[in-house]
Design a protein around this ligand. Structure first.
Ligand code: BGC
Length: 501
């Protein structure tokens, strides 16, 4: 058994936390004695993909659009957060971001050059409904209609995420996601989109990573609105799960062509040691962090992995809610970035923010592995995690179609002396992950698309513009775009449907 070490420093550095990944600190520990066995990915470079496979990229409205108050757009909680001092690395905000609101046609040209056939974007709720409910901002809705038409004209499937974290500030002022009324407001907003765009968009994901924005927004306060209160988190979790079920129905009622899934962030969780306590902690973490929302749709129930009994009362659970939660998703979206080492917490779980219910995440110590090569954010790259995850999800869902909604990595490479961006490490990252994905597909897992995160370097939440995930380099001062070597390579993969290009 290979020895394995773990990071020794906190994943949250100053104001800029490790975003969208659970964060905590623990020192070097015992090696994890059990790990899945895999053939090294590089042995599989001849990997081919099915003919109908869709190659794409993903972005999110707040991370690329800019135009934060153009044409009647309302304020979002991320606008408010970015305008508050000390929240974002370098004092940045997303007021302009990649200016995709004005440059979407240029960006579609890049997608065409890269032979891409799917674009996963999100709609900004306050752009369409400035206060979250009520009067529609026609210009905002029209933007998404024009974007959709331009994508279709370019032969690219529009894949719409309805919520990627930018809640209208006006709804936060009504209590935010802990307010159960938001489930209904969200379902109305989703129906509005499906009614106006559902003749052209057929693939809808109500949420991006519900597990993350609920916990980060209300459980530990690292994301807006910045509340660290376990009772608020539990209520938010339940409102969002209800919203997922209600939106599933409202979208289908508004558009007969709609297919609905959701995009879940999943981090394969392995026990830090082989102690019974750590093994049990890894299992509970997986069911709480990776599959809670997915299981809620499959079964109408929450797993018994909270700290103590399932906190129905704290969640505001009412009789009949099971039937709302349960909905037969048409497909499942999976993001994969890294694996986690989970240990049982040594302290008893405790509530945050003054309530009585313990924070379920306080059952764990969460760490990163430190075995493989690292990206420029210090995250270990472990391509096998992708095949591992899709295999797990496939078993859980009875082989529902899977869309890889995001996979990507941080590398700082910019233009060299010749003006080109030679980001070899990103090419290696994608080649190894895609080889693993091909292996899983050939073993029978039903994966139908891959969306690289991201088309462009963009606004990386609390890390501002300090982390570049793009296949295309962006000069944020001039908005110049330059396709990186990795983008050109990905374009060849998309054309050939194989990774050894
Ligand atoms: C989120 C993106 C984010 C990416 C990199 C994903 O899980 O959906 O918004 O930029 O992680 O951190």
């Amino acid at each position: 058994m290979e020895r394995r070490s773990f990071i020794k420093r906190s994943l949250a550095v100053g104001g800029a936390a490790l975003l969208a990944r659970p964060a905590s600190a623990f020192g070097a520990g015992e090696p994890a004695a059990q790990e899945p066995t895999h053939t090294p990915a590089l042995a599989f470079t001849g990997a081919r993909f099915p003919e109908s496979f869709l190659w794409g990229t993903a972005t999110a409205a707040h991370q690329v659009e800019g135009a934060w108050k153009d044409d009647g757009k309302g304020e979002s909680i991320w606008d408010r957060w970015g305008h508050s001092p000390g929240r974002i690395a370098g004092g940045a905000n997303a007021d302009t971001a990649c200016d995709q609101y004005h440059r979407f046609k240029d960006d579609i040209e890049i997608m065409k050059r890269l032979n891409l056939k799917s674009y996963r974007f999100s709609v900004s709720w306050p752009r369409v409904l400035p206060t979250g409910t009520g009067a529609v901002n026609a210009k905002g809705l029209d933007y998404y209609s024009r974007l959709t038409d331009a994508l279709l004209e370019a032969g690219i499937r529009p894949f719409c995420t309805i919520y990627h974290w930018d809640l209208p500030q006006a709804l936060e002022e009504k209590g935010g996601w802990p307010n159960r009324d938001l489930a209904g407001h969200f379902a109305d907003y989703a129906a509005l989109l499906a009614k106006h765009l559902g003749d052209r968009i057929t693939v809808w994901a109500p949420f991006n990573m519900p597990e993350t924005f609920t916990y980060y927004g209300y459980g530990n306060g690292r994301f807006p609105p910045g509340r660290a209160n376990t009772d608020d988190y539990l209520r938010a979790l339940h409102t969002v799960a209800l919203a997922q079920g209600l939106a599933y129905r409202s979208i289908k009622a508004a558009s007969s062509k709609a297919t609905v899934g959701s995009a879940y962030g999943m981090e394969p969780a392995f026990p830090r040691t082989q102690s019974d306590a750590d093994r049990e902690a890894a299992r509970r973490f997986h069911e709480l962090h990776n599959t809670l929302f997915l299981n809620a749709t499959l079964t109408g129930r929450y797993p018994d992995v909270f700290a103590g009994p399932i906190p129905y009362e704290a969640m505001g659970f009412r009789s009949g809610d099971e039937a709302v939660l349960k909905c037969p998703l048409d497909w499942v979206g999976v993001h994969y970035y890294l694996r986690l080492a989970i240990a049982a917490a040594t302290e008893p779980p405790k509530p945050r923010g003054g309530g009585q219910t313990p924070d379920p995440m306080s059952q764990f110590h969460i760490g990163l592995f430190n075995e493989g090569p690292k990206n420029d954010a210090g995250w270990e790259m472990w391509p096998q995690g992708l095949s591992y995850l899709v295999t797990q999800v496939s078993k859980l869902t009875g082989n529902l179609p899977i869309e890889i909604t995001e996979t990507g990595s941080v590398f700082a490479d910019g233009p060299g002396a010749d003006g080109a961006v030679h980001d070899k490490r990103r090419i290696a990252f994608y080649r190894d992950h895609l080889a693993e994905l091909a292996r899983a597909i050939q073993a029978g897992v039903n994966v139908r698309s891959y969306h690289a995160w991201s088309l462009l370097d963009n606004f990386e939440w609390n890390d501002g513009y300090t982390r570049r995930f793009g296949l295309t380099w962006v000069d944020f001062a001039s908005q110049e775009r330059k396709i990186k070597d990795s983008g050109l390579w990905y374009g060849r993969v998309a054309a050939a449907n194989r990774v050894d290009v």
